[in-house]
Design a protein around this ligand. Sequence first.
Ligand SMILES: NC(=O)c1ccc[n+]([C@@H]2O[C@H](COP(=O)([O-])OP(=O)(O)OC[C@H]3O[C@@H](n4cnc5c(N)ncnc54)[C@H](OP(=O)(O)O)[C@@H]3O)[C@@H](O)[C@H]2O)c1
Length: 299
Amino acid sequence: MRVAVTGANGMLGGEAVAQLSGRHEVLALGLGPGRPPEGTYRWLEADLGDGRSVEAALREFGAQAVLHAGAVTDVDGCEREPDAAWRVNAGGTQQVARACRTLGARLVTVSTDYVFDGADGPYGEEDVPNPRGVYARSKLAGEWVALSVAPDCAVARVAVVYSGRPGARATFPTQIVEKLSRGEPVKAFGDQFTSTTLAASGAAMCLELLLETGYLGVLHVSDETVMDRVDFARRVARRFRLEGEIVPVKTADVKLLAPRPLRGGLRVEKAAGMLRNKPLLIEAALDRFHEEWGRRPPA
Ligand SMILES: NC(=O)c1ccc[n+]([C@@H]2O[C@H](COP(=O)([O-])OP(=O)(O)OC[C@H]3O[C@@H](n4cnc5c(N)ncnc54)[C@H](OP(=O)(O)O)[C@@H]3O)[C@@H](O)[C@H]2O)c1
């Protein structure tokens, strides 16, 4: 099958390319200088923000299925540059959805728990979004455009994505490991409750949704455990057998440009009942993260 992945330089898109490699004809689309892990795929640079490049690439490739994982993901950066956020997260998704409609291709577009305001999570698929901030609003617009334009479309929502894979970008858990290893304290929000998503686990669920089901609409595909970030940091430290100080901080005491959901997180019973690749409990996710970390070249 001809399968295209946008955001292929990213954590989730890169994992998806790695999992597809050798099993399908793969087109990996990205923009920056990074590259997905080694494997068998065609690489193409195309900008989700220019209104046409990605659409043209998908049409030229003749995609039969598309995992759309490309997005501007820096939530505070989206507040600073709202035009870019809207161009990529809403406009880029429109490009992808238009191509899928023309080609009759199946689409899974990746979205976020940030579509909810975080007043009383964790949230199920039936809960009504109330996005706060540019990132959250532009991603919800992306969900709507994908579902309205592409007839064969599912939205896969994830939360707090991380990866230990060599070359994957820095995230909260990678910083915990690095800082505690250097003997530095780690600050963590004790009042932000969230789900997390190991990129490899999220990618596997997204690809199963894309290639093995005809599910239409929204599905939550984060990992299972909902916890606050101090708890998360302590669990990461324990798994890596790292001692050190984890300092709880309050969201209100830190100057952040974008609002953060406090009682967030995703309920994943539906995915757990439906998919062969199940949302992971935090212990299993951290075992895999630890294993990925072990494959990194020494610093
Ligand atoms: N990261 C999280 O914690 C999180 C949480 C909830 C939902 N999500 C969603 O999960 C999906 C996957 O994100 P991720 O976690 O894998 O984040 P990521 O590592 O930041 O990947 C996003 C990718 O999108 C690409 N991109 C950005 N602007 C682009 C443009 N104009 N044209 C083409 N590509 C562009 C980036 O490419 P370059 O690397 O080349 O710049 C990047 O590789 C996204 O839809 C995101 O909104 C992420």
